[in-house]
Write a protein that binds this ligand. Sequence first.
Ligand code: NAD
Length: 468
Amino acid sequence: MSVATVAATATVDVLDPATGEVLATIADEGAAEARAAVDAAAATASAWAATAPRQRSEVLHRTFELMRRDADELARLISAENGKSLADARAEVAYAAEFFRWYAEEAVRPGGSYGEAPAGGVRTLVTHRPVGISALVTPWNFPAAMATRKVAPALAAGCTAVLKPAVETPLTAYAIARLLAEAGLPDGVLSLVTTTDPASVVSTWLRDPRVRKLSFTGSTRVGQLLLEQAAAGVVNCSMELGGNAAFVVADDADVEAAVAGAMVAKFRGGGQACTAANRFYVHEQVTDEFTAALGAQVARLRVGPANEGNEIGPVISAGAVQTLAGLVDDALRQGATVAARADVTAGSGGYWVAPTVLRDVPEHASVMQEEVFGPIAPITTWRDEDDLLARANGTPMGLAGYVYSRDLARAIRLGESLEAGMVGINRGIVSDPSAPFGGVKHSGLGREGARAGLEAYLEPRYLSVDWP
Ligand code: NAD
């Protein structure tokens, strides 16, 4: 892994969360660099929008190939700055690269239509144009995929863009930007800004009338702040915000499959995924069996630094360790018990939380009400479907959900009754570049992936043609 150390007046250290050691020191940028990035995007906007869709597609396709070429190096970089296991990091690189392939294919399918208006005498000609300079803001939990899920469709649509990766994990985004340059992306079409003052950088962008799009992935709290700021300039917004996914296990579920799904849905990336199963609603007839089987797997998890072949790494920060400890203590005070806990075999330093399964967790415990963002699995039971749905939907969040039942029609009915943008039916993962990813209620606005992810960066324009 090669990371340039820069000599700038202000710098920021990127840390390895497994040890707390400094991985790299990079420039800590601010409003001036944010403006310069928009200047570059503005200078290249017309030329990039005017490139043939096939040409944009080829840049994206080459980037997909380059990410595959460098997959191992990228995975090690993600593990180093984010802490997730190498297996999880490799899976992220594969997923992240697929957005370049998918949008390379979508770039050459612009859509549009030409038809006769109902009253006759008029032809309606609909085409699409790029929405304009796009500000992209991403979190630390998927340093590659959250960036490519925005960058690939923005570039495919013909937009130029500015990207602000999270300050905890900027190195992966810079590595991907270098691959885009190697693939032939012209200078200035995409610029990155890393900062310890995200409010200043993003508000600089939102106050700039040249910026027409904000695509944000992060917490609901910050998303709400940015929606308010975007209102002044009527900036087109896509929001991928927090989750609080219910994982429902029915009495007729294949419990072994449900446990395998739970391990992925809960512990992938150490539980730091917006789609992570947050609350386990297990039918009372299978609660003991499910809890024992999940507990046995969790107790065996190898927790430690990624580079030593472990399955679960550290959480992102000391603050996260404290928050998670508080959530577990609160649940225990309210009557929950620990069903299983893994050992942490890490050296000194780093931010470690033992993966834990809690049972008999009351509905009102904070661990059920808040987004957990860590390797804690709270289990509660249910008997009646109406009561289950009232509890599962009793949250302002609505990103993901999971349902396990051997009766597919019942599973689909329950899945459709969950107030969530995405529901895994007998599977513990919902992310797929060909499917519209996103949430309802406080989990967001708009979708990424699929055709919808491209349309987020396009404006329809129609010409109404007099046709005597
Ligand atoms: P965060 O909201 O703190 O930060 C996200 C991004 O916003 C970062 O780049 C950060 O620097 C920036 N930011 C922070 N404060 C800002 C401000 N005042 N003004 C402008 N920008 C600001 O979130 P996080 O802790 O980095 O990420 C975790 C959250 O992201 C969780 O809630 C998780 O569910 C959510 N998330 C959602 C999705 C999704 O697709 N829905 C995917 C991944 C993560």
